[in-house]
Structure formats: structure tokens, C-alpha cells
Design a protein around this ligand. Structure first.
Ligand SMILES: [Zn+2]
Length: 241
């Protein structure tokens, strides 16, 4: 059994003032840079979900960490991409297929600032540079609140739409709000995805019994110190939270 951490990021941008809702979901470009530098210094290779596949299946063995971004912010493209390239890492960014060039309307009721999402040329550029694109449904819906046909359609159609936009396979899924039920595992698998990530905290413990459609992740935020990051990646610190 191997342990693989998958890092979860949302925005790489100026961190909003304290008291701002969902502030935890933003890291500054400088913090992101040193977090990637730490990974490199500790001998980790940062990989997209696509590049992580053989490690998750136990076919390859090395010190690897998954890097994921939810929602597809313009700031992921502008601020995180050059840093990933600098360290020779890849990452998966999960797109909302009906909000290409749109914004994060689902966060606004919670009091978060409206932020632009990547348009089609930005997504293609992201993919051309070796980064991976995953699906985060068509409309960022809460799957637990949706009827079966709607949930299935959101899972399947987003894959088709993103594949058409990119001309590339879309093999990885991420549950909006981290909300899912056991039947969603099945539907995501039936739609042809190879994995699905959640917001459950922890590192992935690979084994033949591992559920590739409910992978936990490690949240990194603006308060994460290097010692804290090391603990999250190298110890069981995250696993029982
Ligand atoms: Zn999201």
C-alpha cells in the first residue's frame, strides 16, 4: 500500500481581508510558489490526476503528489500555471462546462467575490502546456439535491462538452461542494471517468480495494506553514480528520 497526497487548491490570488467568507480557498502566488518549492525540495513530483493514474493503480512507484484546482479560475491560469511550469509539475483543473468564460456564481450567495473563470482559449492553452482538465459538472450543482436523470446528465454531458472544447479525453471528475452519495460513484464510473476527488480530508492509501471515485484530498491554504505542509504530506496528520 502506498500513500499519495492529492493537494486541493481553488484560487491563487491576493488573499482577501480577514473575515471574508471562504477566504481559506485562496493562496497568494508567493505562497503557492514556496509550497511547490517545498515539494520539489522534499523530492516529490507534482502530478495531474492524468499523470497520477498509474501510481493510483499501483503500477508505478515514486514520491508523487497530486495537484488539483477546483472551478477553473482565470487566476489559476495566470498565477499558478507559470509556477507549475517553473518546477516541471503538472496539475488538473476541474472545469464547470457551462461556465467557460463565466464566473463562480455558486459562491456569491455565501458572500464570496465574483471571480472570472477561464474561457475556451485559456483552457486550451492550459491543456497545450501539458496540464490536465477534469470535470466539475455542467452547472456546479449539488448532486445530492438532484434527481437521478439530472445528476447523470451533469456528470456525462460535462465530459462530452469539455472533450469537444479541448479535443482531448476528460478522465477525472470532482464533486461540487464535495457532496456525493454512493450512487454517484457508480454513475461517474459508468460515464467513463477514471477517478473522482472529494473534499474529504486525508491522503489516498492505494490498494486493490481503494475507491477511485471517492478520493480524499489535502487542503492547502494561506495559513499553511512549511512545517504544517510537511506534516500533511509526510505523516498521518490529515488522515484521521
Ligand atoms: Zn467547486
Amino acid at each position: 500500500m502506498k500513500t499519495i497526497p492529492i493537494l486541493m487548491y481553488h484560487q491563487v490570488d491576493v488573499v482577501p481581508p480577514s473575515g471574508t467568507p471562504l477566504r481559506n480557498l485562496t493562496v497568494s502566488p508567493a505562497s503557492f510558489d514556496w509550497q511547490m518549492r517545498c515539494l520539489k525540495a522534499w523530492g516529490f513530483h507534482g502530478l495531474s490526476m492524468r499523470d497520477l493514474e498509474p501510481y493510483l493503480r499501483g503500477e508505478l512507484n515514486a514520491r508523487v503528489v497530486g495537484i488539483t484546482f477546483d472551478d477553473g479560475y482565470v487566476n489559476t491560469h495566470e498565477n499558478a500555471l507559470p509556477i507549475l511550469m517553473k518546477y516541471g509539475f503538472t496539475a488538473t483543473c476541474y472545469a464547470v462546462s457551462h461556465q467557460i468564460g463565466g464566473h463562480n456564481f455558486w459562491d456569491v450567495p455565501a458572500g464570496m467575490a465574483q471571480k472570472p473563470l477561464m474561457d475556451a482559449p485559456a483552457w486550451r492553452h492550459w491543456a497545450q502546456l501539458g496540464m490536465d482538465v477534469g470535470s466539475h459538472t455542467c452547472d456546479h450543482i449539488d448532486l445530492n439535491q438532484a434527481d437521478e436523470p439530472v445528476a447523470k446528465q451533469q456528470i456525462e454531458q460535462s465530459k462530452t462538452e469539455l472533450e469537444q472544447m479541448l479535443g482531448l479525453p476528460v478522465r477525472h471528475f470532482c464533486y461540487p461542494y464535495g457532496r456525493f452519495l454512493p450512487q454517484h460513484w457508480e454513475w461517474v464510473a459508468q460515464a467513463g471517468y477514471a477517478s473522482a476527488t472529494t473534499t474529504q480530508r486525508g491522503r489516498v492509501h492505494t490498494s486493490p480495494e481503494m475507491n477511485a471515485y471517492a478520493l480524499p484530498r489535502v487542503l492547502v491554504n494561506h495559513r499553511t506553514t512549511w512545517a504544517h505542509l510537511g506534516m500533511k504530506l509526510l505523516t498521518a496528520y490529515e488522515d484521521n480528520r
